[in-house]
Design a protein around this ligand. Structure first.
Ligand SMILES: C[S@@+](CC[C@H](N)C(=O)[O-])C[C@H]1O[C@@H](n2cnc3c(N)ncnc32)[C@H](O)[C@@H]1O
Length: 341
């Protein structure tokens, strides 16, 4: 999964798009994200950022927003553009830092954002560090490689990729479970049907430990689709959540069209919360995107209540409905808010 997604020049996110560039997200790509719905997601986040800044950070000299997984910088542009229009929202020493650790993608991202002086592309979370600020990521963790676990013959085993020499193609095999998962499957128990397959994301713990070091005081907003653990590992979820996306169609074969289809898994938010607690962050809340956006957009929603919206408001309302309606993106996407104060 790591290679299929990230191998430089070949992986889906490694620059395997036209001309060695990034693959588009949204209508012309393989899947939609809240960012690709339009500028409303960033616009609402900007209002929330301004509110948090005024309430908690205004006495600080510098204020940064750090984003990771920002792809081509679209959300960065939307947020910085919207902050610029909110009176007094931007302190003089505000900076938006976009983390891009992959050297072969760094230059083109920095060049593409050169017209935005408030946005700086940085090569690591450590390079984005500040005394205070807000971290955010949208659909970063669902793109982290996962390990597959399978319940076979009454035991948990690891499902691994092997090479079928006769067919000259990758194939599946199973192997004894690595010791590092013993405690986890001990917690899951054995009440699962034969061939039950699920995932664990080993990258969350080290990533959270690093991301938690960003600020002495700050907020962390992790937006993604996923479940809490009890829901994630329900015995009825027999095929797990690993899915592939190409041309807006979901598939389940990660060996197909390697480097040309997205491979993703839902996020176990309990794992993220546990890692955050170990890293010294406090949970503020885990909520769905609907509740998060409705509360962040409340002043705007009240301002348009009872009048026929036109122009920019009408477009914003359409996008807001897509982002917040439970049957669209409002319920499947969650927002985990963490803090250190
Ligand atoms: C599903 S896409 C989401 C893109 C964008 N945030 C959006 O919502 O439209 C996941 C993005 O995370 C990026 N990514 C994955 N691992 C990363 C890492 N360690 N650091 C920075 N970006 C990463 C991928 O390259 C890809 O652009």
């Amino acid at each position: 999964m790591e290679l299929a997604l990230y191998a430089p020049g070949l992986g889906y996110y490694g620059g395997s798009g036209p001309g060695g560039g990034l693959r588009p997200v949204g209508r012309g790509g393989d899947f939609y994200t809240s960012v690709s719905v339009g500028e409303t997601f960033g616009w609402i986040l900007a209002h929330r950022i301004a509110e948090e800044w005024t309430a908690s950070f205004a006495r600080d000299e510098t204020f940064v927003v750090v984003e990771q997984g920002g792809h081509d910088g679209r959300l960065a542009r939307d947020i910085v553009g919207a902050l610029g229009e909110i009176d007094g929202a931007l302190p003089d020493r505000f900076e938006y830092r976009l983390v891009e650790p992959r050297a072969h993608l760094f230059e083109s991202l920095a060049e593409g954002l050169a017209d935005c002086p408030r946005i700086r592309v940085v090569p690591s979370l450590a390079a984005a560090r500040s005394s205070c600020g807000i971290f955010l990521c949208n659909e970063l963790l669902d793109a982290f490689p996962v390990d597959l676990l399978v319940f076979e013959g009454g035991e948990w085993r690891e499902k691994r990729v092997a090479w079928d020499a006769a067919a000259s193609a990758p194939c599946w095999t199973t192997a004894p479970l690595p010791e590092s998962y013993a405690a986890f499957v001990g917690e899951l128990g054995k009440g699962f049907p034969e061939d039950y397959t699920t995932e664990v994301c080993p990258g969350i713990e080290p990533w959270m430990a690093e991301a938690a070091g960003l600020f002495d005081r700050g907020l962390w907003w992790i937006v993604d689709y996923g479940f809490e653990r009890a829901d994630y590992y329900l015995p009825e979820r027999t095929r797990g959540t690993l899915r592939c996306y190409r041309g807006h169609r979901a598939g389940e074969d990660p060996f197909e069209a390697s480097g040309e289809q997205d491979i993703t898994a839902h996020v176990d938010f309990t794992r993220v919360e546990e890692a955050a607690a170990r890293a010294g962050l406090r949970k503020r809340r885990l909520t769905d995107q609907n509740r998060f956006l409705v509360s962040a957009a409340r002043p705007w929603l009240l301002s348009i209540d009872g009048r026929a919206p036109g122009g920019a408001d009408a477009k914003r309302i359409r996008q807001f409905q897509t982002l917040s309606h439970p049957s669209l993106m409002g319920a499947g996407f969650r927002v985990l808010e963490l803090e250190r104060s």
